[in-house]
Design a protein around this ligand. Structure first.
Ligand SMILES: Cc1cc2nc3c(=O)[nH]c(=O)nc-3n(C[C@H](O)[C@H](O)[C@H](O)COP(=O)(O)OP(=O)(O)OC[C@H]3O[C@@H](n4cnc5c(N)ncnc54)[C@H](O)[C@@H]3O)c2cc1C
Length: 516
């Protein structure tokens, strides 16, 4: 039997009131925190943005998923900058290119496939970002180039990338307007009914968080540790990476969920490395294997593919992106570095002809490599072989002996006549291969992803109709469009430089809107 309900005006009002408040609860999620700006990611871009905001008194919540700040920037060495005080005072070499020249150089390198207004804004502010770092307490040890023909734009901080991060993180933590949440992962963007971003969800030591903010900066460093995404956008050729500590593509994926476009997702900061097999692919590289990697980038080596044929002028190994591109075209996207006993001794006792950044500077005596090589060969499972004859080496590395023999005989002859009939290599870098021979397997790896979200000049993501998504800003390698099909090493340090510059530029935009 139905229970009779008697209404009076008071109970109707109460019922209506509770219905209204219920619907308000459903429409407006409860926020656990409120701030002016949330920055997701305490790496190069995120810390630059945070310190720039804090310096102007803005309130910031900084989220970092790892127990340490800095992400991949901890492994980096130098930061791009043109026209800095430090470059002016420490430059030597051919006449320095000015900002316009470097801008044109970079756009020509990417065949004008990249986002030209963004590149221009980045290059133009780059010297000021280096000055700003100095103003924050960062010290630089040199401004360098990384390839024989490169431009001297690479500002190397004392302590390298990790040293730079230490200074900025210290500033962020000391700021009274910044709250730092470590081991706290951004998990989603909160939007209002007009699809404007109004906050971030996160989880970490403090539990689940829903943070309300006037602006959100995404600085999560791309998707280098998300092997499924790397495979989707790049295919299978790449064997792994170093120092992309748990970077799963949060910033890019969160923007894509809101309809943002992406570009350049197939471009990597790609490099060729020794196929060390037993060493860890993720995490930081170990110092012994780094010397093998440096060994693989020496222009005096001979590189052959699995058919036993040379395929490039080995001087390109001095630019790891070019070397990696050339190797990617080869069968199984791998190559063999061939060198002789003379060269092994020369690299160990006299030093290298090409540097690998400032980790293994040019002229380094590869003593660790020399000490380890016989053990690696004896282990038999390190993709490193030696042999007294070409035939024996060919059998070990499973390439056609007749082809390898012809390749090396031709190379030795070309050394004698001072002309590389294959690829016009400069005779200065050609030495006959005599005596015992070595072969080291080289595979493709990458330092970071550099493709990501399409942004406008304010670093707001653009949707399919080129409309900016409000309330959110994308920075660092979460942004796509700075590069074409290859990362450029001619003007070195653009990834770190852009991360810092985009972080500062996004912060400047937000500060303008906060003041309105
Ligand atoms: C060995 C090596 C050497 C390099 N050398 C150079 C160099 O000399 N010059 C150069 O320009 N570039 C160099 N790079 C590349 C450079 O380190 C990166 O491109 C740069 O760090 C990018 O800055 P970022 O701020 O975009 O990302 P990062 O500095 O990696 O910062 C991203 C941060 O976001 C955090 N994060 C990710 N997802 C979340 C989430 N959901 N919630 C919270 N936090 C999150 C990460 O943990 C990380 O701390 C090098 C890279 C490697 C591996």
């Amino acid at each position: 039997m139905p229970i009779p309900i008697r209404f009076n005006s008071r109970s109707v009002l109460m019922l209506l009131g509770s219905l209204v408040s219920l619907s308000l609860v459903a429409a407006q999620p409860q926020f656990t925190q409120e701030t002016e700006v949330v920055v997701v990611g305490a790496g190069m871009a995120g810390l630059s943005a945070t310190v720039a905001l804090a310096n102007e008194g803005a309130s910031v919540i900084l989220l970092e998923q790892n127990p340490f700040p800095g992400g991949t920037a901890n492994a980096a060495e130098g930061v791009f900058g043109v026209g800095s005080r430090f470059q002016r005072d420490h430059y030597y070499g051919p006449p320095m290119m000015d900002k316009d020249e470097v801008f044109h150089h970079e756009m020509a390198y990417n065949h004008w496939m990249g986002n030209a207004p963004m590149m221009k804004a980045f290059v133009d502010q780059s010297g000021d970002t280096i000055n700003w770092f100095e103003d924050q307490g960062v010290k630089f040890e040199e401004v360098a180039q990384t390839t024989y023909t490169g431009i001297r734009t690479w500002h190397v901080p004392v302590g390298h990338g990790a040293g730079l991060i230490r200074v900025l993180f210290g500033k962020a933590k000391q700021s009274p307007t910044v709250k730092v949440f470590m081991e706290t992962e951004g998990t989603g963007l909160i939007t209002d009914d007009q699809k404007r971003v109004i906050g971030v969800t996160a989880k970490g030591k403090a539990g689940e968080m829903r943070i309300r903010a006037k602006a959100v900066i995404l600085a999560t460093g791309g998707f280098g540790d998300n092997l499924e995404m790397v495979k989707r956008y790049h295919g299978n050729a790449f064997t792994g990476t170093v120092a992309n500590f748990h970077k799963m593509g949060f910033g890019i994926n969160a923007c894509m969920k809101l309809g943002a476009k992406t570009e350049g997702m197939a471009t990597l900061m790609n490099t060729a490395v020794y196929d060390k097999k037993k060493s860890a692919k993720m995490g930081m590289a170990n110092p012994v294997d780094l010397e093998f990697d440096a060994m693989g980038q020496q222009p005096m080596n001979v590189m052959v593919n699995n058919n036993g044929e040379r395929f490039c002028d080995e001087i390109i190994a001095n630019d790891f992106v070019l070397q990696s591109n050339a190797i990617e075209r080869q069968p199984t996207s791998s190559a063999w570095i061939i060198f002789s006993e003379d060269q092994r001794k020369r690299y160990a006792n006299e030093g290298t002809d090409a540097g690998m950044g400032v980790i293994i500077p040019i002229g380094t005596k590869l003593k660790k490599m020399d000490g380890a090589i016989d053990g690696y060969i004896a282990a038999g499972d390190r993709n490193l072989y030696s042999a007294d004859t070409v035939e024996e080496l060919a059998a070990k590395i499973k390439v056609p002996a007749d082809v390898l023999k012809r390749t090396l005989e031709t190379y030795n002859h070309d050394c004698e006549v001072n002309h590389d009939s294959g690829f016009g290599k400069k005779p200065f870098f050609m030495r006959k291969l005599n005596g015992k021979l070595y072969a080291m397997h080289e595979v493709l790896s990458y330092l970071t992803t550099v493709g990501g979200v399409v942004v406008n000049k304010h670093f707001q993501p653009l949707d399919a109709s080129d409309r900016p998504i409000q309330g959110v800003y994308v920075t660092g390698v979460d942004v796509g469009g700075l590069y074409g099909d290859s990362y450029g090493l001619d003007s070195p340090g653009t990834s770190m430089g852009f991360a810092a510059g985009s972080g500062r530029m996004a912060a400047a935009e937000i500060l303008k809107s906060l003041k309105k």
